[in-house]
Design a protein around this ligand. Structure first.
Ligand code: KG4
Ligand code: ZN
Length: 369
């Protein structure tokens, strides 16, 4: 317990649950100030590009090959030695099992070799705790995690205390943006290209659905929107023989507006639930690649403003997969005395909120679930 009260903690974090191999060193003073001393990320985009998605076996092999270098580089850049580290934190799930295993095995080796404690971290907790790393946000806050693999509302009450208020029952919004871009022949990643095309489009030309808005609760769905978009696209091609630039722009604008509207409405509902608990300084945090979308961001900001809630979004580099968030989650677990031993196992599925029913849809795919 004495060590948990240490004034300053320096933790090495490892992340390898999907297609980024990452290591980082984060230092935290007992006062709450956190500094990212280093954050190294080796992406695998080029390895998977040809296959149109992440290939688990290729990912696992690349993680196993890169982890050691990544750790060495993170320590070097942070100008610390393994002996200066207080603990080793590692993503123990959820994710692609081969990659998670590589990370866990590497962390166990480091812990055994150095005699430092080992801390298994839930990847989603890493994302969810990022606003505390970047802005020192106090508990409880509401978080919307919205990316290519995640879409859920989390009431963050503590480092090991999350309530999932709702999530997607099928695709994640980023996935829907990527599929939309593919359908319209726009470059990947789809989010930025759809956003750019939407700027000159008429969002009212196509009647696209607003999935699940007619049902109570905070769950979301995006696959029906994607199907409706395909139908509109097919109709134009049938009538005109192809898509003109204006058609693409109108389809993108219609799609983006539908996603923004659904996210804003469900955010309003999630915020209402959160506010019912009477937080003294309510904060809403959004994280994930889709949070980069200006139209979506503007709508979410307006919802927060109308309800008197502070809006915050960590910088994009810390919203996407990284190891600094894992090191930071490790710091919080260290302070709570939550350590693991050599029996730590890699978990392909690991819901943050064990009390909520399991999510369907994108959760099934494992990666970034
Ligand atoms: O958080 P992230 O880098 O990785 C994970 O999926 O975990 O998110 C990537 C996703 C992609 O699907 C990408 O198309 C989407 O975020 N994205 C955007 C924008 N920028 C990235 N979606 C909408 N608008 C954007 N400007
Ligand atoms: Zn992630």
């Amino acid at each position: 317990m004495e060590s948990a009260m240490k004034k300053t903690l320096t933790i090495l974090g490892l992340e390898s649950s999907c297609d980024d191999t990452a290591a980082a060193v984060v230092r935290n003073s007992r006062g709450g100030q956190s500094d990212i001393l280093s954050s190294v990320i080796y992406g695998q985009l080029d390895l998977h590009q040809y296959f149109g998605g992440v290939v688990p076996e290729i990912a696992a092999r690349a993680h196993a090959e890169k982890l050691d270098t990544c750790v060495e580089e993170a320590l070097e850049r942070a100008r610390v030695k393994l002996a200066d580290i207080d603990a080793i934190a590692v993503t123990a799930g959820p994710g692609l099992i081969g990659g998670v295993l590589s990370g866990v095995m590497c962390a166990k080796g480091l812990a055994a070799g150095s005699g430092k404690p080992l801390i298994g971290v839930n990847h989603l907790a890493g994302h969810a705790l990022t606003p505390r790393l970047t802005d020192g946000i106090a508990y409880p806050y509401l978080m919307l995690l919205v990316s290519g693999g995640h879409c859920q509302f989390l009431l963050v009450q503590g480092a090991d205390d999350f309530i999932r208020l709702g999530g997607t029952i099928d695709d994640a919004p980023g996935e829907a943006f990527d599929k939309t871009a593919r359908l319209l022949g726009l470059p990947q990643p789809g989010g930025p290209s759809v956003e750019t095309a939407a700027k000159t489009g008429d969002s009212t030309r196509f009647k696209l659905p607003r999935p699940l808005l007619d049902r109570p609760g905070c769950d979301l769905s995006f696959s029906g929107l994607k199907t409706a978009l395909r139908r509109s696209c097919d109709q134009i091609i049938e009538a005109k023989g192809g898509l003109a630039t204006t058609d693409r722009a109108d389809l993108c604008a219609g799609f983006q507006t539908a996603v923004a509207k659904v996210l804003a409405e469900k955010t309003k509902r999630a915020l209402t639930l959160y506010l019912n608990a009477g937080p003294s300084a309510p904060v809403f945090a959004v994280a994930g690649g889709v949070a980069a979308n200006q139209a979506i961001r503007a709508r979410l900001k307006t919802v927060c403003h109308d309800l008197g809630v502070t809006f915050t979004a960590p910088p994009l580099a810390l919203c996407t997969d990284n190891a600094a968030m894992i090191a930071y989650a490790g710091i919080e677990r260290f302070r709570l005395g939550l350590f693991d031993d050599m029996s730590l196992s890699a978990r392909p599925r690991w819901p943050l909120d064990q009390t909520s029913p399991a999510l369907m849809g994108s959760g099934k795919k494992g990666a970034k679930s």
